[in-house]
Design a protein around this ligand. Structure first.
Ligand SMILES: NC(=O)c1ccc[n+]([C@@H]2O[C@H](COP(=O)([O-])OP(=O)(O)OC[C@H]3O[C@@H](n4cnc5c(N)ncnc54)[C@H](O)[C@@H]3O)[C@@H](O)[C@H]2O)c1
Length: 231
């Protein structure tokens, strides 16, 4: 997504809790595109860190036009084996993190009468075995998106979500091979998606062309959310 946005000429302010992957991503972006790239280690679950980062970004770049709430983690287990920490950390990163970032960015967007907020749900938001914490967080993203869409609607701020299917990222690689194969066979298109598939959807939702689109959940999933395609 960052490469796709940079290709459009966007200035980037990237955050992550992992300083190594963050620095490497920022370096690759600077090398590939002639755009400003700021990177800061920020934990999205820490609202003070998030507010400080948004304020610093507005000072550095003049405005935050587009906010992408992408951080998410999985701690899969059957319900009786989900520890307090597995429950809280998954909700905190995916849902509270998106809330913290949106709350910090909203005032500036409303004041400037322009903003695009894109948060990451998942195909799992409709329900998935062994993922009660993740499903609750990702369904929460759908509710948060729809509520914030109403709050931004009169001020040029659109708020949408993307619900990816199986996309080839480190998160998917962390899943065991058998589970991944079973899931891939359920995809009507019979293959996993590429991060660029997500980037194209995000670029559309972030664009001025999507100004009349708000409160939607865009499924980018090779059709898996339609239902069974077993013949
Ligand atoms: N890959 C998929 O198949 C898939 C499917 C559905 C939904 N999603 C969602 O898409 C989003 C991106 O997923 P991904 O596959 O790129 O995952 P990923 O694990 O590859 O990347 C997630 C990033 O979030 C960062 N992060 C974790 N906790 C953080 C925190 N507290 N503060 C800041 N950053 C933090 C991680 O360090 C990592 O760089 C997630 O919200 C995920 O739930 C992914």
């Amino acid at each position: 997504m960052a490469h796709r946005f940079a290709a459009e000429g966007a200035s980037l302010a990237m955050i992550d809790v992992n300083p190594d992957t963050l620095a490497a991503s920022a370096a690759a972006l600077r090398e590939a595109h002639n755009v400003p790239v700021a990177h800061t280690v920020v934990d999205v679950t820490d609202s003070a860190q998030v507010s400080e980062w948004i304020t610093a970004t507005e000072r550095q770049f003049g405005a935050v036009d587009v906010l992408v709430n992408n951080a998410g983690i999985i701690r899969d287990n059957r319900v009786e084996n989900i520890s307090d920490d597995d429950w809280r950390s998954v909700i905190d990163v995916s849902l509270t993190g998106a809330f913290n970032c949106a709350r910090a960015a909203f005032p500036g967007m409303r004041e400037r009468k322009y903003g695009r907020i894109i948060s990451f749900s998942s195909m799992s938001w409709r329900g998935n075995f062994g993922q009660a914490n993740y499903v609750a967080a990702k369904a929460g993203i759908v509710g948060l998106t729809r509520a914030l869409a109403l709050e931004g609607a009169r001020d040029g701020v659109t708020v949408n979500a993307i619900a990816p299917g199986l996309i080839e990222t480190p998160m998917l690689a962390s899943m065991n091979d058998a589970a991944r194969d079973v899931l891939t066979r359920k995809v009507p298109m019979r293959h996993t998606g590429d991060p660029s598939d997500i980037a194209e959807g995000a670029a559309f939702l972030a664009s001025e062309a999507a100004g009349y689109v708000t409160g939607v959940v865009l499924d980018i999933d090779g059709g898996i959310s339609i239902g069974s395609s077993i013949r």
